[in-house]
Design a binder for this molecule. Structure first.
Ligand code: ARG
Length: 256
């Protein structure tokens, strides 16, 4: 990302004006920088001018799984036009020219999606041309082992490293355990275990943040969750909320 440009946390309602280059480097909270060797399937979703605002996971050479709220307008709620989206793969450092930029041919948003707190925060982008990066497998329908409380997953993204920080120019990842449904429901009254799960540590400090939405939560080398939302980032007692990918196997099978 060029100096002076910022990826605003538009999707969390955090004003772009709050973000400046003076802030410490901002990425997923806690954790560490990672590389495209570790995460070849990690995709940055940008607008047509290259501004990164979400993440995603390449799950076949032409399909990217992301969040519905990344594929819809934050203002009107309408589906974004394919021409307004790009998927950038193989580029951990967004200021580099590494990897490739794919145009989007088609956008599928879960038909029941009404806003991330009501769930179904899931979308699939179909790319115009195949990407060479290794895709990520997707957890199966019956596979609930990934969501057992205490199971550790890894979340990837270019989002902020602190609640009020700037977005990261470099891909970062952090390990976070799945919480119990009770903990998730305690933090979020709208929690619905059929399509959501939470991950985080009670003391906070490890989480996804604004700009990480749509990005992958990976368990045992498979896509188990999609970054959806959270109250702040990394706060004690408020884990991050993820779309539970296994809950959408039928819809995904039809799309992939
Ligand atoms: N909705 C956010 C985005 O636009 C993702 C927030 C995730 N927040 C969290 N605390 N886990 O990027």
């Amino acid at each position: 990302m060029a100096a002076g440009t910022v990826a605003a946390g538009a999707l969390t309602g955090v004003p772009a004006a709050a973000v400046t280059d003076d802030q410490p480097q901002a990425r997923v909270l806690g954790g560490a920088e990672t590389s495209t060797d570790q995460a070849p399937w990690a995709v940055a979703i940008t607008d047509s001018s290259g501004r990164q605002f979400c993440g995603g996971a390449l799950v076949s050479e032409v399909k990217v799984i992301t969040a519905a709220h990344c594929a819809t307008s934050s203002v009107t709620g309408d589906e974004r036009s394919p021409g307004s989206l790009r998927a950038v793969a193989g580029r951990a450092d967004l200021s580099s020219q590494n990897g490739s930029v794919a145009e989007v041919e088609d956008v599928w948003v879960h038909p029941e999606y009404r806003g991330y707190t009501s769930g179904d925060d899931l979308a699939v982008l179909t790319l115009r041309d195949p990407l060479p990066q290794q895709p990520l497998g997707v957890v199966g329908a019956a596979d609930d082992s990934a969501y057992r409380p205490g199971t550790t997953g890894t979340v990837y993204g270019w989002g902020r490293t602190s609640e009020d920080g700037a977005p990261s120019g470099v891909l970062r990842s952090v390990d976070v355990p799945v919480t119990s449904g009770r903990e998730c429901g305690h933090a979020y009254s709208e929690f619905d275990e059929r399509g959501m799960f939470c991950a985080g540590v009670p003391e906070g400090g490890r989480d996804a943040c604004a700009g990480d939405s749509g990005g992958p939560f990976v368990v045992d080398g498979e896509l188990a969750g999609v970054v959806s939302y959270g109250t702040g980032c990394g706060r004690p007692g408020t884990p991050g909320v993820y779309t539970k990918v296994s809950g959408y196997s039928a819809e995904l099978a039809a799309q992939l």
